[in-house]
Design a protein around this ligand. Sequence first.
Ligand code: GLN
Length: 237
Amino acid sequence: MKLEIAHLFPDLLNLYGDRGNIRCMVMRLKWRGIDANVTEYRLNDPIDFGGTDIILLGGGSDREQQLVCERLQKTREDFSRYAEDGGTVLAVCGGYQLMGHYYETKDGHMEGLSLLDLYTVQDSPRLTGNIILKNESLPYEIVGFENHGGRTHLGNVTPFGSVLYGFGNNGKDGREGAMYKNIIGTYLHGPLLPKNPHVCDLLLAKALDRKYGISGLSPLDDETERKANRYIVDRFL
Ligand code: GLN
């Protein structure tokens, strides 16, 4: 068994160690005897959506997002087909904003892919700091770090979690991120997956199910990761 992981535009969307999410996925597959191949796509590389099982988009500054936004528009149909077919996507912060309808800043309007029913408008101050979420279908809290000027407003889409500590989508409605089919969009950097192996396994399980019809992953010894996660929860709540 082998999963193909596509890391989109790592040279542009690379804030706060988002690359660590890729490493975490690869290792947790490897520890279970499952291979993974990672393809890094630069801005103008043609993307093999048909041969991809998991797509990762990280966070970036507004300037870098603008470049990515123009490129993503050209993938609109293929990306949408991939997502509607149950392709797995993890989109963090700037990448998350571009999964929605648009991201409005004082310098202009960035068109998103409209894969998630949400929109984002820039405001100040930036929403920065540690963040803790609860997703009722996951066994542990989700911990991370956020730093965004954008305020995201959800339409008809499920939030990734409810905010126990921190700001989340807009600092007001207590919701963070969004999920649709096998797409997870979130503001959590940090990086997200090594801090939250239960979220990593959720994504891997979705991709393995779609490709091989496998349900359930063999457990790993996550004692250290759980202690670290718990430490953050106890520190802030
Ligand atoms: N540029 C976006 C914002 O400030 C996203 C930032 C990020 O990816 N950390 O809202």
